[in-house]
Design a protein around this ligand. Structure first.
Ligand code: HEM
Ligand SMILES: *[C@@H]1O[C@H](CO)[C@@H](O)[C@H](O)[C@H]1NC(C)=O
Ligand SMILES: *[C@@H]1O[C@H](CO)[C@@H](O)[C@H](O)[C@H]1NC(C)=O
Ligand SMILES: *[C@@H]1O[C@H](CO)[C@@H](O)[C@H](O)[C@H]1NC(C)=O
Ligand SMILES: CC(=O)N[C@H]1CO[C@H](CO)[C@@H](O)[C@@H]1O
Length: 324
């Protein structure tokens, strides 16, 4: 009897502890959705078989979601008035395949465990999966996020880094999200996959400053290649590989590129030209395992930004609309 009571008491203690603890945990869903991760992974693999864009678009979508009001799937919402987060001016470049990956993964998960798993958690799992499937590091994803009840284009401004940023500006915006300089350098390594539209770096090759038309930190051969792919007044829908060497492999070549003057954006190249960050760039360029572990740690931290937990928010049924 006493043992039984102690058991109940301990059980209540555990419940109180869990309820007051707003942290994410790896096994959050447990028996409520045992096949969650396998299901998401299967969808991602099928989508990847259709297009490689699945990898960069899903990863970038997660980053943008997290930096604007937290990792809460607010970026997934479609608004008939075109005033949701995804309608903000930095959106053209959020490739549709990222949204499609999450919508398809959610549909597959709903079929197995309806109304249990948040869109925000599915985004975190899918972002990890695309990294792994492109050859990047494996890491466990913490879960327990809830989906935001709002999504506003007006909340985007000032919360996403600009490709013209210097190290001070990069540090400031990452620090605002609980990420330190090493996390910032590691997460920038995501630019080892994916594409950029010419307009995002055209200033560096055509109109850099009053004294130099071309950014002097760029490798001259790379400048020629960029001018060829991106002539002035190029079709604005043209996008080029951000990693010119191994564009489809999630590796540390991004950092080797920076050392060779082949960082596509100012915000990439400054990581090498600024003495505060060049040491870590050299380390990641030379030691792939250092990059892998730093990237995995930083992704886990990114996944904690501004999360809603417990009874906050909701578990959306359809990631693109709020539950009615
Ligand atoms: C450090 C500051 C960052 C800046 C200034 C930045 C800026 C950009 C810009 C301008 C593009 C090109 C968009 C386009 O023209 O289509 C881009 C693409 C991309 N970014 Fe970043 N980004 C940053 C950090 C990150 C982080 C932290 C991640 C993820 C962890 C990320 C993942 C990506 C990916 C995967 C793409 C390619 C998207 C695609 O191919 O669909 N970026 N980024
Ligand atoms: C998709 O899968 C099919 C059949 O397994 C294969 O032949 C094809 O090359 C794959 N496509 C891509 C883009 O991986
Ligand atoms: C070049 O840069 C200057 C100053 O940044 C700007 O005023 C001008 O419009 C730019 N020209 C082109 C062709 O983009
Ligand atoms: C930054 O955060 C990482 C974990 O993501 C940690 O390992 C590292 O020590 C931190 N660096 C500094 C300078 O605080
Ligand atoms: C693809 C897409 O949604 N593009 C929109 C991006 O934002 C601009 C202005 O904010 C709109 O005009 C585009 O239609």
């Amino acid at each position: 009897m006493k043992v039984w009571r102690a058991g109940v008491f301990l059980g209540i203690l555990v419940i109180v502890f869990v309820a007051s603890d707003a942290q994410l945990v790896e096994n959050f869903y447990g028996l409520r959705c045992q096949t969650l991760e396998a299901t998401v992974r299967q969808v991602v693999i099928m989508k990847l078989n259709q297009t490689f864009v699945t990898v960069p678009s899903t990863l970038r979508l997660f980053f943008h979601d997290c930096f604007v009001t937290g990792c809460d799937a607010s970026v997934m919402i479609s608004s008939p008035n075109r005033d949701a987060e995804k309608d903000a001016s930095d959106n053209l470049s959020l490739a549709g395949d990222g949204f499609d990956t999450i919508v398809k993964a959610k549909a597959a998960v709903e079929a197995l465990c309806p109304n249990v798993v948040s869109c925000a958690d599915i985004m975190a799992i899918a972002a990890r999966d695309v990294v792994v499937l492109a050859g990047g590091p494996m890491f466990n994803v913490e879960l327990g996020r809830r989906d935001n009840l709002q999504s506003k284009a007006s909340l985007v401004a000032g919360n996403l880094p600009d490709p013209t940023f210097d190290v001070n500006q990069l540090n400031a915006i990452f620090q605002k999200n609980g990420l330190n300089q090493t996390d910032m350098i590691a997460l920038s390594g995501a630019h080892t996959v994916g594409f950029s539209h010419c307009s995002r770096f055209a200033n560096r090759i055509y109109n850099f400053s009053s004294t130099s038309r071309v950014d002097p930190t760029l490798n001259p051969t790379y400048v020629q290649q960029l001018m060829q792919s991106c002539p002035q007044n190029v079709d604005p829908t043209i996008a080029i590989n951000m990693d010119p060497i191994t564009p489809r492999i999630f590796d540390n070549v991004y950092y080797q590129n920076l050392i060779n003057g082949k960082g596509l954006f100012t915000s990439d190249e400054v990581l090498f030209t600024d003495a505060r960050t060049s040491g870590v760039v050299r380390d990641f360029a030379a030691n792939p395992l250092d990059f892998s572990s730093a990237f995995a740690a930083a992704m886990i931290k990114l996944g904690r930004v501004g999360v809603k937990t417990g009874s906050q928010g909701q578990v959306r049924k359809d990631c693109t609309v709020f539950n009615s």
